[in-house]
Design a protein around this ligand. Structure first.
Ligand SMILES: Cc1ncc(COP(=O)(O)O)c(C=O)c1O
Length: 451
């Protein structure tokens, strides 16, 4: 029997992690060089490397007997705890009734896009997760390219909104931002919120990286600035290094009772409720405690250390620019300086660039620009700086916090040697690229002389 798959499913891209897995397997396993047994320099995967906090693990084990279905929106104690967590960390007063729990924020964002009418405004570059969802739901959408600082301009947002004729528009704002690592400040959020109020735009504010903001006092939730129009999503995946738990939540805007009712129908139709033991584990994850506070502080400090190192090391390579991360474990590197050389060697898309970097002798995995909703020929790429043993590095940091500039660099060199070596490999790649193009040019010249 030949099965026929729906066209809209055929048309969407494989999600980033699956695409990368296949890609790395294909390109890496073929390497015959014995010295490449170490694997590859992993700048591609967006996963926090730290252990899941002990309290969360213990709560999961303790609640393994909870076999009953949970209420659709989540168990009351979890919604209550998330409300207190938001008060403590983000200074938001949120009635637990406004909080719904789902199997990861990815699913919740999809559900919001299912429920909300209107054209989607997608700032680019963007996390790869959004676009296939928009396509699958056949929603109208418009890209909104960010400025060179990685952030969208309120004026550009207004101009775009004026061209759209839906009564309601949906802006997907990812703050802190994957892939650039940049964070919007309060004033920038206020300016965006003003445009949204004026133009009938509601916001899905994906704040999954909020807790990783290096200077945590600088993070402001859009839920605080524009409470009547923002759907805030967050969860356990990045802050608690627990992507595999599949636990996210959405905070609905104030006075959005009708949308909440419709949303509940969608959740009940699609997945009934999140796994009950996971919800109990999440209670421990969102309960404010000294231990968890320390965990957040240490993990964000380590992201900061490695992020600073990666940024400076990349920017010290001739021609390479990068965004300076203020949160997350990513930055966006810009290799466009080398576009002539890359084109000459027929590396004519960012996808081809990531493929060339994974081959021997480089073995370096990055995410090319076309996976970040950029033009295929834009040689920018996401660098995730988490290729180290999180448990060990966490312990080392606890034992000896680096203070001075040189101690911080030493710490990264000792604790994240693959990050350090991987950046060196990127430098070698571009150095070789220049040499190879020079050779090609010389050969061409001598052939012309010969003719
Ligand atoms: C920007 C962004 N939003 C959402 C997600 C998905 O989070 P979750 O694991 O809660 O579905 C990711 C995961 O990489 C992400 O980078």
């Amino acid at each position: 029997m030949r099965f026929i798959v729906d066209q809209q499913v055929e048309d969407i891209e494989l999600p980033e992690n699956l695409k990368l897995n296949t890609f790395l397997q294909e390109f890496h396993s073929d390497c015959l060089h014995p010295e490449c047994g170490f694997g590859y320099y992993g700048f591609a995967f967006g996963q926090s490397p730290f252990p899941v906090p002990k309290a969360v693990q213990t709560a999961l084990i303790k609640n393994a007997d909870k076999g009953a279905y949970a209420p659709v929106a989540g168990i009351p104690e979890l919604r209550e705890t998330i409300s207190k967590y938001n008060k403590y960390y983000f200074q938001m007063d949120v009635d637990p009734q406004r909080i719904y729990v789902g199997p990861g924020t990815k699913e919740l964002i999809f559900n919001l896009l299912e429920v909300l009418h209107g054209t989607v405004i997608l700032p680019t570059p963007a996390w790869l997760g959004y676009l296939p969802q928009i396509r699958l739901l056949k929603k109208n959408f418009h890209m909104l390219p960010a400025r060179s600082n990685g952030k969208i301009s309120p004026n550009e947002l207004r101009k775009l909104a004026l061209r759209l004729h839906d009564k309601q528009k949906i802006l997907i704002l990812n703050n802190p931002h994957n892939p650039t690592g940049v964070v919007y400040n309060k004033l920038e959020l206020e300016e965006i919120a003003d445009v949204c109020r004026e133009q009938g735009i509601c916001i899905i504010s994906d704040e999954i990286y909020a807790q990783t903001t290096y200077d945590f006092s600088k993070f402001v939730s859009m839920g605080k600035i524009y409470p009547e129009g923002t759907f805030v999503t967050n969860g356990l995946s990045k802050s608690h290094a627990a992507g595999g738990y599949r636990l996210g939540y959405v905070i609905f805007p104030q006075h959005a009772l009708e949308v909440r009712k419709q949303f509940k129908k969608i959740l009940a139709t699609e997945y009934t409720a999140v796994s009950t033991p996971i919800q109990h584990a999440a209670v421990a994850g969102f309960e404010v405690s000294r231990e968890l506070d320390e965990y957040f502080e240490i993990t964000r400090n380590i992201h900061h250390l490695v992020g600073d190192y990666t940024y400076h090391a990349l920017c010290s390579i001739d021609g390479i620019k990068a965004t300076k991360p203020e949160a997350t474990f990513y930055l966006l590197a810009d290799f466009n300086f080398y576009s002539d050389e890359l084109q000459k060697l027929k590396i004519n898309t960012s996808q081809k660039l990531s493929e060339s970097l994974i081959l021997h002798p480089y073995h370096t995995a990055i995410v090319g620009g076309d996976s970040l909703v950029l033009e295929r020929t834009d040689y920018r790429a996401r660098i995730a700086f988490v290729d180290y043993n999180g448990a060990k590095v966490y312990e080392n940091y606890q034992n000896q916090k680096p203070k001075t500039h040189s101690e911080r660099i030493e710490f990264v060199k000792n604790n994240a040697p693959k990050v350090v070596a991987g950046i060196k490999m990127i430098e070698t790649f571009f150095g070789n690229l220049q040499n190879e193009t020079k050779i090609i040019e010389k050969t061409k010249e001598s052939m012309q002389v010969a003719i």
